[in-house]
Design a protein around this ligand. Sequence first.
Ligand code: SAM
Length: 245
Amino acid sequence: MSDHPVVTPYGDQETGKKGQVTKMFDRIAPYYDLLNRVLSVGIDTLWRKKAISLLAVQKPGVILDIATGTADLAIEAARTLRPQKITGLDISPNMLRIGEEKIRKKGLGDIISLEVGDSENLRFETGSFDAVTAAFGVRNFENLLKGLTEMNRVLKPGGSVVVLEFSKPRVFPVKQLFNIYFKNILPVIGRLKSKDKNAYTYLYESVQAFPDYENFSDILVKAGFKNPEYKVLSFGICCIYLAKK
Ligand SMILES: C[S@@+](CC[C@H](N)C(=O)[O-])C[C@H]1O[C@@H](n2cnc3c(N)ncnc32)[C@H](O)[C@@H]1O
């Protein structure tokens, strides 16, 4: 049972959230990177950089990037942390296809490997990774607690989790401007450019329904993590959550 309302891209009439999310990302994959850059005016790149920089002290050797999509976070981690190995996992084959191409072009194929998989049922053994990361992924899980508990399971004791996710700004006027932009402007651009009329409405609705700040930190604890902390980015539009196993 989820402790927050479950928002799905295409409503109730189709498959469960997991099937709908896979279908949505498979559809928008060719437009995903460009839309990220345009809709966030490039700030999403800085958010990922900041998230990965928090792992620099730990210098993780083996990293799992959950919901890796087109692999931007995995690529940033490979470049700045130079670990031995990064596994990027995602449920959408089309997102991974774009990621594979980027990794190949950047010559990072010896560090990063991508695979199709579901974060809620990981094939990896308990205690396999020094760090587990997820950027804009956990909000899309069908069962958030199950996905986070799996992320905890595959982490080594003492390992770190870093989650980057949208949050709801609380301060005037960012809160008001963010709502106008996210609710009214972004879905229109998204619809025109991604050819999926629901994807960017789902983005707004799923952020509204998703636990943030202390509420998300509490769920990390329920999933087995210790010492959760969060760092607010861009006046609360985004948050980085950090915790240990
Ligand atoms: C908004 S994209 C984020 C991609 C990438 N991490 C980034 O920073 O751009 C969310 C990704 O989560 C993936 N996803 C959603 N639910 C998943 C699950 N249960 N297991 C694995 N991946 C999942 C989607 O397929 C999609 O590629």
